[in-house]
Write a protein that binds this ligand. Structure first.
Ligand code: CA
Length: 227
């Protein structure tokens, strides 16, 4: 089930969209303020964001720019009242994927959402079928990992942790999110389990595991895969 976040301060539009999109089978989250929405995107990582431009807290342009700045490439569809606003968007190149003009039909919006979700899935798949960093080569499809041409043995969870980090390379990933995505919510695994897996991955993959170049810690926030 795809998770969508609607960021819209007008109650009527927000609740109308939420109702229609949940009927279509999406898991729908809503926010009214830009700054709060940004935090929500970072913590819950929705598959797609519908973003109004004029918002309290932080406007839609700023939210989108900040997401891209943090390496988050989830699709963003801007909801806008006027074409002039979108001229500004393209002018500023803030990294939105699409926009719809208010008032829009829910059918049109859904079609745009489906297109963006499909593109996003394709980007991810094609981007990560094979991946190289440093002396390491990974075939994600066949689950082969080699370093300097030598096949490495990774446990299934080590492999999944690595795959998740590569698929979200550049993003700062909280331990909670990594646990939820790799181990699932109903699990006995805790953040120490994750830390141990990270240590093992560094030993197997990094030239200097004590000074990791790729699988780095971000103080107070979690981990990040650096290209
Ligand atoms: Ca607004």
């Amino acid at each position: 089930m795809y998770k969508l976040l609607i960021v819209e301060d007008e109650e009527v539009i927000r609740s109308g969209l939420a109702l229609n999109l949940s009927r279509e089978g999406y898991d729908v989250l809503t926010e009214e303020q830009g700054d709060v929405a940004l935090q929500r995107i970072l913590s819950e990582s929705p598959d797609l964001v519908l973003l109004d431009i004029r918002l309290p807290g932080m406007n839609g342009f700023e939210v989108c720019r900040e997401l891209r700045h943090r390496g988050i490439d989830r699709p963003v569809i801007m909801l806008t009242a006027k074409t002039e606003e979108i001229d500004r968007v393209t002018g500023l190149e803030i990294g939105a994927d699409d926009y719809v003009l208010k008032p829009f039909s829910i059918r049109e919006l859904e079609a745009r959402i489906r297109i963006q979700l499909r593109h996003s899935a394709q980007r991810r798949r094609s981007a990560v079928a094979k991946y190289r960093f440093g002396e390491v080569e990974i075939d994600l499809k066949h689950r082969h990992v080699a370093r300097q041409g030598q096949r490495l043995e990774l446990t299934p969870k080590e492999f999944e942790t690595l795959r998740f980090m590569i698929e979200h390379r550049g993003e700062v990933l909280s331990r909670e999110r990594m646990l939820a995505e790799v181990w699932g919510y109903s699990t006995d695994a805790n953040t120490r389990t994750l830390d141990t897996h990270i240590l093992h991955l560094r030993k197997k993959l990094e030239a200097d595991p004590a000074q990791p170049r790729y699988i780095v810690s971000v103080y107070g926030e979690g981990y990040q895969f650096k290209e």
